[in-house]
Each structure stands twice: as C-alpha cells, then as structure tokens.
Design a protein around this ligand. Structure first.
Ligand code: DGJ
Length: 731
C-alpha cells in the first residue's frame, strides 16, 4: 500500500488494497495513465499514449493543440488549446486567460494535512500516505499543488488543489474556475449515475448512457441543494449492486458545485468535480493561495455495492468527528409535525411526557420558540426566547424535561433573517443584496451576509447565549432557502465573485466553533429537509435530516439514493403520523418504524394523538432500535432490491463486521394476488457458515442464502414490511 515514484518510468503509483492510480510526467506535463484494479508493476505510462501522434510538443510542436486537446491531463487548464472542460481557468489584469502547467517537484509524506478552513477527510501517519505534486506556470508566476492521499485499509483516495500566486510575475491573478479533481479515461460505453431531486424528493438515483458532449449535475443555488448531489459515478455497461466497474467522485463541499463527464471526439471521457465556476471569481494577490475543497475518488470492481461500502467506511472512519459519531443517539421526539408553531410549555411537556412513557429519550423543540415567530413569516434573527409561549424560558423547559428523564434539543436557523424581525429593522444591510435591487424572498426570508465579521460574530454570540442558557444536548441547524441576490455590502467590487464561496467558508467557521465550544452537543444539519446533505456538512454533524417527506413509502427511494453514498447512521429518519403530512398516505406503524430504523430513528408527531394501537407498538419499535443500533451503525450495507426499479418492493440488508448477524428489511409496497414467495439473494454472508432465521427453527447455509436466496412470503395488504434476522450457527 502507499505511494511510490518510479524515477525510471517517471510514474507515480498510488496503491490502495485493491486499486492503483497512476500518473506520469512527459515533457513536463502531468498525465493520467491508469485507475482501476491494483497493478503489480509501474509500466502504465504508455497508457497516456504520448508515443502516438499527436506527439508531445517536445517531439513535434507542429500539432501542440491536437496534443493538448487529446492528452489525459491530471489537472487540465484553459486558454492554451485543450478545448475540453478544464479544472483551472484564470484571468490576468491584462485580460488574458492562458494558463499552462508543468511539473516542478513532488513530495511523499505519511499522514494527511488538514485543509485550512475546509472540511476534509483525515488520517494519521499509521493509516494513510499523501503525495503533493507541484506544477507551475512561469509566465504567470503561478503554482499549483495537487494533493493526493491513499488510505491503508480502504479503496478510496482523495484529491485537492492549492493555487498559489508566487508574485514573481503578476500582482493579481483572478481565478475564474478551480475544480478539485479530473479523471481522464477511455470511454467504455459508460453509464453516468447521478443523484437528483427537489424539495421532499431528494437524491433519487438516475442512470443514463454517456453521450458525446458534456453532461452531469451542478448547483448554482449557494448550497449543494435538493436538486443535485456533488457526486457522479461512471459505470461499465450492466453494472449492478454486485457486478461491474464503478468510478465514483464525491466532493467534500457544501456550496455551488459541478460534476461533469465529457465524452470527446476521440471517445475519451473526462470527469471533473469541484466548485462551480458560476459567479466565481477569486482575486489572488501576490503571495496568496487558494485552497480548493477535497474530492473523494472510489473505484469498485464489485459493482455499486462495493462503492457504497467503501464510501460508508471512509466517512465513518475518516470524516465523521466528535463524541457522537460512534455512539448510539438518543431516540428523539421532534415537535415539528406534532405541533408546528402551535405550542406553549405545557403542551410541549405533555407531548414529552407521553413520549417518555413510551421510551423516547430526547425532546426536540423545533421552529417557533423565539422572537415573534408565530408562523414562518417572521422573526428569524431574533434569537431570544419567546417567554409568552415559554414562560421561564428554555431553562424551565429543559429542567422539567430532564426531571422526567428526557434530554432536551433545540432547532435553530442561524443563517437567516426575516424582513419582519428586530434584527432586520436594526441592520437591513446585513442581508445579502444587490444595491438598488430588492432582494428576492423565499419562505419570506433573506440570507444573512455571514461574510461580514460583525454579522458572523452576532450569529455566534446568539448561538452561544442560547446554548448556555439551558441544558441543551442537541441542535438541529436548519437552512431554509437558497442563495440569490449575491451582493455583500462588505466586499469590494472585484471580490463580489468570492461571495458564495466565502459564505460557505463562514458556515464552516461557525460550525467549527460550535464543535469546539460544545463538543458534547449532538449536531444535526438540515436544509429544508435534505438540501445540504453533503460530505462537507458531515464533517461537523454526524447526522443530517434526510428529507421533509416522512412518508414511509416515499422515503424508500430517498433513503436508497442517500444510502448509496452515505452511512445509514447519518440519515435523519423519523416515524411520523398518518395520514402523512406530505402525501396523505396511511401506512402501518410497523412499516414506518422499519423504514426509520434504517436511519437515525426518532419520532415526529404528537404521541397523544396516536391511536392506542399505534402507541402500543412504540415500545417495541424502540426496543428494536436499541437492539440493532450497533449493527446498523457499524455494519456493511447491502441493497438487495429497489422499489424505485421494480415498482413492487424494497429490500436491504446490514451485515455485522464479523458476518455473524444479518438484518434484512423487506418492504412490500404493493400487494399482488396469486404471488409465490420472492427469493432475494442475500449478500455479505459467510458461504461456509450456517444461519438460523430468528424466531424460527429454519437453518440455511450461507451459500444457499447467497446463491439461492432467502424466501420472502407475500404479505397481506399494501405497505407491509418485515424485519428478518439471521444469526450464524455455532458448529
Ligand atoms: C425545515 C425542516 O426540514 C423541518 O424539519 C422543520 O425544521 C422546518 N424547517 C421548520 O421551519
């Protein structure tokens, strides 16, 4: 494992347990040579085709442009003749955009450098190795550090880039596009897999045949968004959960991004990932550097399932931080769907009492507790407790909850400001806005200009004051609109193009302060449901609210797409009341519990309003959560069937690390007459072992379950589900 440089072949080889990533230098260019199954030797340089026409400019400068437009670059640049999509584009003060990089030096170190001001995967000298390759453009006096890390025990690698204006030539260089990663390969009839959606319909999987030209996903909404995920994967034809080659890229970032694949005239595909160039222009003065976010790359030789488990392991082991990442989270009762804005202390305590009696462990007070927040039209920014609703404040509420054995958690939306708020009346200039142009409202709110120090300090001051006024053990950090009217009263004209990037940096700064100041408080990020569910936010909060759609059936596709790239224990999922508030569907309480069990698990309802039958099922659901939490949090996740694809049923499985226990969740969405049992092929079991189906005396060979399948009997009625537990038999 690790990284080596073969001097003779001028080849860098980055090895993980089962993969190799190779790049080489030819005539100064850093070219991508290979990514895929692990190679024995260092002979991959020929794959860059530099010995074929059009030759490198050193051998034949006549067709330099043809070379630049076809060679597989590690970090392609604009303005000099590579007409495909680039990673780096600039503009000089004289108005020119040419930039061309050549190799200068490299270094290999144990461990991994943190990215200043940015979330990133981490590792120690024991579990990872990093490479920095420095490229330079001497005409501009510009240097680029390409940084790579490979992990000892994972088939993943990370990349990022630092751009430096050395000041040798240009006092200022404007960066107009800085992406984090590029992967140039031959197209093998790839399919492109991306995740798309909308509010209440996040991260639905889409697969399409790659076509000539550019395609992909992006966000220009100031956050990663409901609409797209900063992720793409190329799949060889026919890739399934268990078979096929998968090349995946995921960005550790929470703002505008682009993830694109471009098939060129020669049948080569260039995949790029990074911060979107839309409305991006970064002024880089002499001596300054710009740090691009980190991209994660995964190659799987065993289909999508292999990719998923690598990403889960990487994020669980090298991205999630803090006390809660490896701990069972309290079963929460959130007030939102149970009370919305209609509550006072007595009502909240009555809800909590009712929930506590059923086994719920933490009461979360959602929106509506501050200022004049009667509804969602006002008061964001006025982070002072509304004592009319909550006499005695949050302290009294928290104390009473604690006295009944419940923890207390609180909702906040720190990044926003309502026009109808004391804060806005005092500081109308604190909202993002373009002078002379009334800013657009969304949910009747504006976005605070967190890039201004005094605004950030105000927000931090309020967070700190609230969190220290009562025993608050959990915070849900919400963000309910996307960014428009990008103007900051605090930035000069030639830096307005930095605003959306700086906004994300400011959110990171606030959340980093939060994690440092309140290390024991469990933080859950949220953005109008799951609009900022990205690896960047996971660095600060070990869980993220997945979607405002809590309907158990709708959640199947949302959670399938989310779990494709994110560990189950990060996925905010609650049991809610029926008819469901998003779609009006009534599903059995059991099914609601089984679907929520795939995520963080909790309740979002008024327990007093449930039927006796529903209430009676809650202690059993909570017992299941306690029983299976360690397995679900640490085990390997296998997608067995997809309702999104088959329109009939959903099925997934979690297997313990030692392969002794497997939990299968089966949801039959639509019942059908005259059906025989379904045989679902299990995965991840030990073929040589035997497994007992819990609650029965049926014993199956692991091999029979893997290759013959587990029989799932038809269930009576729609929206029915079952949990099946398999335990390895002792010899
Ligand atoms: C959007 C969130 O996703 C909901 O769960 C809830 O917290 C509301 N905001 C409150 O305004």
């Amino acid at each position: 494992m690790g990284i080596l440089y073969d001097e003779k072949n001028r080849l860098f080889k980055l090895d993980t347990p089962h993969t190799s990533y190779c790049m080489g230098t030819r005539d100064g260019y850093l070219l991508h040579c290979y990514y895929g199954p692990r190679l024995r030797g260092t002979d991959a340089a020929y794959l860059a085709r530099t010995d074929e026409p059009p030759y490198t400019p050193a051998r034949s400068a006549r067709d330099k442009l043809s070379f630049l437009d076809a060679a597989p670059f590690e970090y392609p640049t604009g303005g000099v003749g590579d007409f495909r999509t680039h990673c780096l584009e600039i503009r000089t003060t004289a108005g020119h955009n040419a930039v061309e990089l050549s190799y200068r030096r490299h270094s290999i170190q144990k461990g991994k450098r943190p990215l200043p001001g940015l979330p990133a995967t981490f590792g120690s000298a024991h579990d990872c190795t990093s490479l920095t390759v420095t490229l330079a453009d001497d005409v501009l006096g510009l240097e680029v550090d390409l940084e790579y890390t490979v992990f000892e025990d994972l088939d993943a690698l990370t990349r990022s880039a630092v751009i430096r204006n050395t000041g040798a030539k240009e006092p200022v260089i404007y960066l107009t596009k800085v992406l984090s990663a590029c992967l140039d390969m031959d197209d093998r009839d790839f399919e492109l897999l991306t995740l798309h959606g909308s509010w209440a319909r996040e991260r639905v999987i889409q697969r399409q045949r790659l076509a000539v030209g550019r395609q992909g996903v992006f966000s220009e909404r100031g956050e990663t968004s409901h609409q797209a995920q900063p992720f793409l994967a190329l799949l060889t034809p026919g890739t399934t959960q268990t078979q096929g080659q998968v090349y995946a890229m995921h960005l550790v970032w929470s703002g505008n991004f682009e993830a694109q694949a471009e098939v060129d005239q020669h049948g080569q595909v260039r995949s790029v990932l990074g911060v979107s160039p839309y409305d991006f222009c970064w002024k880089l003065s002499a001596g300054e550097s710009f740090q691009a976010p980190e991209a994660v790359l995964v190659y799987s030789h065993h289909g999508l399932g292999g990719m998923t488990r690598t990403l889960h392991d990487l994020y669980r082991g090298h991205l999630l931080r803090g006390e809660w990442k490896d701990k069972k989270r309290p079963v929460l009762l959130n007030s939102w769907e149970g009370a919305y804005f209609d509550f006072d202390t007595e009502k909240l305590l009555a809800m909590a009492r009712s929930g506590a009696a059923l086994g719920m462990e933490m009461f979360v007070l959602d929106d509506g507790w501050f200022g004049d927040r009667r509804d969602d039209n006002r008061a964001l920014g006025d982070w002072y407790v509304n004592e009319e609703k909550l006499p005695g404040g949050l302290k009294r509420l928290a104390d009473e909850l604690n006295a009944m054995g419940m923890k207390f958690g609180l909702w906040m939306e720190p990044e926003m400001i309502s026009p109808d708020s004391d804060l806005y009346r005092a500081h109308p200039d604190w909202a993002l806005q373009v002078p002379g142009r009334p800013a657009g409202l969304c949910r009747n709110q504006y976005v605070l200009d967190l890039t201004r120090r005094e605004v950030l300090e105000y927000v931090w001051d309020r967070i700190e004051a609230i969190l220290t006024c009562a025993n608050i053990e959990y915070v849900k950090w919400d963000m309910n609109r996307q960014l428009s009217d990008l103007g900051s009263t605090g930035l000069p004209g030639d830096r307005q193009g930095e605003l959306s990037y700086r906004y994300v940096l400011a959110v990171y700064e606030l959340q980093e302060r939060f994690c440092t100041r309140f290390p024991n408080v469990l933080l859950e990020n949220c953005s109008g449901g799951g609009a900022r569910y990205d690896p960047g936010m996971l660095y600060y909060s070990p869980q993220i609210w997945c979607s405002d759609d809590t309907d158990a059936v709708e959640r199947l596709a949302i959670q399938e797409g989310t779990a494709l790239v994110y560990p189950l224990a990060t996925m905010g999922a609650h049991v809610s009341a029926c008819p469901n508030h998003a779609v009006g569907r009534t599903t059995p309480m059991d099914t609601r519990g089984h679907v929520a069990l795939a995520g963080t698990f909790g309740y979002e309802l008024d327990p007093r309003k449930l039927t006796e039958e529903e209430r009676s099922q809650i202690p059993g659901q909570i017992a299941l959560y306690h029983r299976f939490n360690a397995l679900l949090r640490t085990g390997g996740y296998y997608r067995l069937a997809s309702y999104r694809e088959n329109h009939a049923f959903d099925c997934w499985q979690v297997v313990s690390r030692d392969r002794r226990t497997a939990l299968v969740t089966y949801v039959q969405v639509l019942a059908a007459a005259n059906r025989r049992s379904r045989r679902v092929l299990l995965q991840g079991l030990d073929p040589a072992a035997s497994y007992r189906l819990e609650g029965t005396d049926r014993i199956f060979g692991g091999d029979t379950l893997l290759y013959g399948g587990l029989p799932l009997e038809p269930l009576w009625g729609d929206f029915r589900s079952r949990l099946l537990v398999l335990r390895m038999q002792e010899d």
